[in-house]
Ligand binder design. Structure first.
Ligand code: AMP
Ligand code: ZN
Length: 459
C-alpha cells in the first residue's frame, strides 16, 4: 500500500511519493530554547517521530529537527534571569532532548542549531536581494512579499485582502506591511554577527530555510510542524526558499498537527495552565504521555485532562496485561511482524486511533488463545507493534509495579499482601478480606494463583 499523507498545500490526503526513489527527506521545526517544552510542544515531536518510524520501514529517511537558539524570546529570558544566552540555550536544549527521550522520541538524524548556520542564512539573503525578492533598509533586510505571486498559497490567504484588512502600523523601513524581516540590526548587548548590512541577527523564518537547504537540499519531501506555524512561519519559509532557488518547490508535502488544549481551555501563561513535560514526566510514566498524545488523530484537536492520562494508563494496562507472564524467545521476537492492519492504519495519514484499535484487537486474540505456541507468537507481534509505535518498551511486571504520584508504593503493596497471606494461613479471613479491601481502595487488585498472589493497579 502507498503511504497516504494529508498535504496542507493541496488541502487533502494524497499518495506519498518521495522525490528520489527509496529516500525521504523530512524537516520538522524544532523548539525555541528559552524554556522547558510544554505538553503542546511535545505533540509535533511525538507524532512526527511516529511518522519517521513508519517511513523508515520503507525508505532511507533523513530527518532534520532544528534548534532555534537565536530569538528575541531568548534575549528577553537572558535579561530577565541575568544569565548569559548560551547558558540558557544549552540548558534547554539538553532538557528538551531529555524530556522528548522520556517520551521515546528518537533523536533526529540531524539537529542543526541556528547559530551554527548564520553564514548560510547570509548567503541566502544575498541571493534573495540579488534576484529582486528582498531589499535592504536601515540595516534591515526585508522580503518583498509583492514580488512573489504565490505568496499566501500555503495558508490560503489572499495578499490583497490581507493588505486591505490590515491595521498593522507599517515600520518606516518597510515598503509594505506584510514584508517580513530576513535580517535585523543588533545593539552591542544583543547577539549579532557581521554581515553586508552591518552587525545584526537573522529573522526567525530564514533560519529554517537555510538549515533545510544545508542539510536536505533545495527541495525537501516533507515539512512538518504545528498548525500555528502555517502562517506566517511556513508561508514565509516557502516564499524565501523557492525564490532563492529559482522557483524550485520548497516542500512537496506539508504536514501540520492540530492543537492541544488543557481541560478544554487554550494553554497560556496568563491562565497559569501551562504543563511542562519536564514536570509531567516526574509524575506520569513517559509512555503514558506518549500514548495519550497518540490517542487522537494528529490533525484533530486533543484535549489534555486527568481523564486523558487515566485512559492512556488503562490502555497500557490492557497491552501490558496481555503480554504479562508470557515468555518470548529472542528468535520469536526477531521473527515477529507487525500486523498488516496496524501498519495500514498508520500508513493512512497516521491514523493512530485505528492503529491502537488494531493493537487492542491483537491483545484480545492473545488473551483468548489457549495454544501455547500461538501465545508466544502473538506476544512477539505485540512487542513488534509496540516497537514501531514507541510503546510497550518496559517489562510488564515493572509496568504493573510502577509508582505514580498518589499511588501506593509497590513495597507497601507487597507488605500488605504478605500480611494478608499470613492472616489467611492463620485462618483470620476477616483480616485477610480487610486487607484486600484496603488494597482495592488504593486502586490495586490482587489475584491468588498457583504461584502465589499477583497484583495490578486497577485504577
Ligand atoms: P514553538 O517553540 O512555540 O515554536 O513551538 C514548537 C512546536 O510546538 C511548533 O511546531 C508548534 O506549532 C507546536 N505547538 C505549540 N503549542 C502547541 C499546542 N498547544 N498544541 C500543539 N502543538 C503546539
Ligand atoms: Zn521552521
Amino acid at each position: 500500500m502507498t503511504i497516504q499523507l494529508h498535504d496542507t498545500l493541496r488541502g487533502k490526503k494524497v499518495p506519498f511519493e518521495p522525490r528520489k526513489h527509496g529516500e525521504v527527506t523530512m524537516y520538522l521545526c524544532g523548539p525555541t530554547v528559552y524554556n522547558y517544552a510544554h505538553i503542546g510542544n511535545a505533540r509535533p515531536a511525538v507524532v512526527f517521530d511516529l511518522l519517521a518510524r513508519v517511513l523508515r520501514r520503507h525508505y532511507k529517511l533523513t530527518f532534520v529537527r532544528n534548534i532555534t537558539d537565536v530569538d528575541d524570546k531568548i534575549n528577553a529570558a537572558s535579561v530577565e534571569t541575568g544569565k548569559p544566552i548560551d547558558e540558557i540555550t544549552e540548558k534547554y536544549i539538553k532538557a528538551y532532548n531529555d524530556d522528548m527521550g522520556a517520551l521515546s522520541v528518537q533523536p533526529p538524524d540531524v539537529e542543526p542549531r541556528a547559530t551554527q548556520h548564520i553564514g548560510e542564512m547570509i548567503e541566502m539573503i544575498e541571493a534573495l536581494i540579488e534576484k529582486g525578492f528582498a531589499y535592504e533598509a536601515e540595516g534591515h533586510v526585508l522580503f518583498d512579499v509583492s514580488s512573489h505571486e504565490q505568496y499566501g498559497e500555503l495558508s490560503k490567504r489572499n495578499l490583497r485582502e490581507m493588505i486591505a484588512g490590515s491595521r498593522v502600523e507599517v515600520a518606516p523601513y518597510k515598503k509594505a506591511a506584510h514584508d517580513f524581516v530576513l535580517w535585523k540590526p543588533s545593539t552591542p548587548e544583543l547577539p549579532g554577527w557581521d554581515s553586508p548590512w552591518g552587525r545584526g541577527r537573522p529573522g526567525w523564518h530564514i533560519e529554517c530555510s537555510a538549515m533545510a537547504e544545508r542539510h536536505l537540499g533545495e527541495t525537501i519531501d516533507i515539512h512538518a510542524g504545528g498548525q500555528d506555524l502555517v502562517f506566517p512561519h511556513h508561508e514565509n519559509e516557502c516564499a524565501q526558499s523557492s525564490c532563492a532557488h529559482d522557483g524550485a518547490p520548497f516542500a512537496r508535502y506539508w504536514l501540520h498537527n492540530g492543537f492541544l488544549s488543557i481541560d478544554h481551555t487554550k494553554m497560556s501563561k496568563s491562565l497559569g495552565n501551562v504543563l511542562l513535560v519536564h514536570d509531567l514526566v516526574k509524575a506520569i510514566p513517559g509512555e503514558v504521555i506518549r500514548l495519550a498524545l497518540l490517542s487522537a488523530h494528529y490533525r484533530q484537536p486533543l484535549d489534555w485532562s486527568a481523564e486523558t492520562i487515566e485512559s492512556a494508563c488503562r490502555m497500557l494496562d490492557r497491552l501490558y496485561g496481555a503480554v504479562r507472564g508470557i515468555e518470548v524467545s529472542a528468535e520469536a521476537r526477531a521473527a515477529a511482524v507487525v500486523p498488516d492492519a496496524l501498519i495500514a492504519a498508520l500508513e493512512d495519514d497516521l491514523n493512530t486511533p485505528k492503529a491502537l484499535a488494531e493493537f487492542f484487537a491483537l491483545a484480545r486474540s492473545l488473551n483468548k488463545t489457549k495454544v501455547d505456541g500461538e501465545k508466544e507468537s502473538l506476544a512477539a507481534q505485540m512487542y513488534a507493534s509496540g516497537e514501531l509505535m514507541g510503546l510497550l518498551g518496559n517489562d510488564s511486571e515493572q509496568w504493573f509495579a510502577r509508582h505514580v504520584e498518589g499511588d501506593m508504593a509497590a513495597d507497601e503493596i507487597e507488605a500488605l499482601i504478605e500480611k494478608r497471606n499470613a492472616a489467611k494461613a492463620a485462618r483470620d479471613f476477616e483480616r485477610a478480606d480487610a486487607i484486600r479491601n484496603q488494597l482495592q481502595d488504593a486502586g490495586v487488585s490482587i489475584q491468588d494463583g498457583r504461584d502465589g498472589t499477583t497484583w495490578r493497579r486497577s485504577g
